[in-house]
Design a protein around this ligand. Structure first.
Ligand code: ZN
Ligand code: ZN
Length: 150
């Protein structure tokens, strides 16, 4: 059993909301969905310039995708804002702060305990969470020789 490709699903999301899924939006989506690491808006714009997609369009579209929950906003170790496309369904990104490689995980077994405790302590009715975890991947740790950033 394989999941349908993300492009298939994102079109359904747009259709549902009555937002046109234009050629430019498709290109921008495919850039992020096909990447195994998070990218900045500038990097996406650089990669898509040859396809006639301008930086302002990339910026607006990434903001739209982010608002729709289709792109997660993360940061690298330098503090640069990057975006990564989650697979369809609920998961969380584990982001390498150096190379921005993204690994997805489902931590909700653990998060549920925290939510239950917070709900009990605060009296809030908890309805959701937003979780990213940051680290340095094994490749970047291996490559650390000569990296004086420590
Ligand atoms: Zn890395
Ligand atoms: Zn979760």
């Amino acid at each position: 059993m394989t999941d349908p490709p993300p492009t298939h699903d994102i079109e359904a999301v747009f259709r549902e909301k009555g937002i046109p899924f234009t050629r430019q939006r498709r290109l921008i989506w495919e850039f992020f969905a096909g990447a195994d690491r998070a990218a900045t808006i500038t990097e996406a714009a650089d990669a898509l310039r040859g396809d006639g997609v301008g930086q302002a369009t990339v910026y607006r579209t990434v903001t739209l995708f982010s608002d729709l929950g289709l792109l997660a906003r993360v940061q690298d170790r330098r503090g640069d804002i990057c975006y990564t496309a989650p697979p369809i369904g609920h998961s969380h990104p584990l982001v390498c702060g150096v190379c921005r490689k993204v690994v997805r995980f489902d931590g909700d077994g653990d998060v549920r305990d925290l939510e239950a405790r917070l709900g009990a302590e605060s009296g809030f009715a908890i309805y959701g969470h937003h979780l990213e975890v940051y680290g340095i991947c094994s490749e970047c740790r291996t490559a650390k020789d000569g990296d004086h950033a420590g």
